[in-house]
Design a protein around this ligand. Structure first.
Ligand code: NAP
Length: 239
C-alpha cells in the first residue's frame, strides 16, 4: 500500500518512539498531526519534519488522559489536515513499584494515561474511519502487556488493558476495513526506559526507536486486505 499523502495522528510524538515514527512516516510522504503535553517538543519536531520532507505537519499540546482535551485536539488536527487515515496510540508513561509500596495516585495515573488515553484518542478518531470505511490504528503496548512481573503491576495492567482493547476493537471494525494492530516491543532505548532503570548493557545492542518505526512502516505497507494483528520486537543479543 502506498502511504503517500495519507494523514497520520501520532500521540507521544515529542520524543522517543513516537518521534521516530513521525520521522519514518514523513519519509513516506505522510502528513502528520502530532500530540503530546510539551508544546516545545512538538514545535521542534514539526520544524524538523517540515524541513526534511515535503509534508504538512500540525501539532497540538494535550494530555491524552483528559477526554475533553483529546476531543479538542483531535478536532483541531482534523480541521487542519482532514480526517486521519492512520492513528498511532503511542503516548505512555512507566513507573515500577510493588502493589504495597506504589502510591495509588501513581498506579491510577499509569492506567489513566496508557489505557484510558488510548481509548479516548481512538474514540475521537474512529467515527471518521468508520464513515470512510478505511483506516489503520496501531496501539503501542509492550512485552509487559503479555506477561506480568514483580513491580510492574500498574504498567502491566495498563498494557494488558491495551491488548484487550486492541483485540476487541479489531473484531469490531475489521468489517469496516479498519486494520487494528498491537505492537509489543521489549526495552527500547528512550528516555522512558532510562528513567525506569531499564537500560541494560551497552546502548549499541539495545533496540532503537527507529527499529520500531521501521516495523510499523512495513506493516502499514502490506496490501489493504491483510494486517498484522500483533507483533513483538525484541533485541537480538541483549548484553
Ligand atoms: P518517551 O521517550 O518517554 O516518550 C513518551 C512520549 O509520550 C513523549 O512525547 C511524552 O511527551 C508523551 N506523553 C507522555 N504522557 C503523555 C500524556 N499524558 N499525554 C500526551 N502525551 C504524553 O517514551 P517511549 O519509550 O518512546 O514510549 C512510547 C510508548 O512505547 C509508550 O506507550 C511506552 O509504554 C511504549 N513502550 C516503551 C518501551 C521502552 O522500553 N521504551 C518498551 C515497550 C513499549 P510529554 O511528556 O511531553 O507529554
Amino acid at each position: 500500500m502506498d502511504l503517500k499523502d495519507k494523514v497520520a495522528v501520532i500521540t507521544g510524538a515529542g520524543k522517543g518512539i513516537g518521534r521516530a515514527i513521525a520521522e519514518a512516516l514523513a519519509a513516506q510522504g505522510v502528513h502528520l498531526g502530532l500530540i503530546s503535553r510539551t508544546g516545545s517538543d512538538l514545535s521542534a519536531a514539526a520544524e524538523r519534519l517540515k524541513k526534511g520532507h515535503n509534508v504538512r505537519v500540525q501539532f497540538g499540546a494535550a494530555d491524552v488522559s483528559r477526554r475533553t482535551e483529546v476531543e479538542t485536539v483531535i478536532g483541531q488536527l482534523r480541521s487542519e489536515l482532514g480526517p486521519a487515515d492512520i492513528l498511532i496510540n503511542n503516548a505512555g508513561v512507566a513507573k515500577f513499584g510493588t502493589v504495597a509500596d506504589m502510591p495509588p495516585e501513581d498506579w491510577e495515573r499509569i492506567v489513566q494515561v496508557n489505557l484510558m488515553g488510548t481509548y479516548y484518542v481512538t474514540r475521537a478518531v474512529l467515527p471518521d474511519m468508520i464513515q470512510r470505511n478505511s483506516g489503520n490504528i496501531v496501539n503501542i503496548s509492550s512485552t509487559a502487556g503479555e506477561r506480568g512481573s514483580a513491580t510492574t503491576s500498574a504498567y502491566s495492567a495498563s498494557k494488558f488493558g491495551v491488548m484487550g482493547l486492541t483485540e476487541s476493537l479489531m473484531q469490531e471494525v475489521r468489517k469496516n476495513n479498519i486494520r487494528v494492530t498491537a505492537l509489543t516491543p521489549s526495552t527500547v532505548n528512550t528516555e522512558l526506559a532510562a528513567k525506569a532503570g531499564l537500560k541494560i548493557g551497552d546502548e549499541e545492542h539495545m533496540m532503537q526507536p527507529e527499529d520500531v518505526a521501521q516495523l510499523l512502516i512495513a506493516m502499514l505497507k502490506l496490501p489493504q486486505r491483510v494486517f498484522v494483528k500483533q507483533a513483538g520486537l525484541w533485541m537480538t543479543n541483549p548484553q
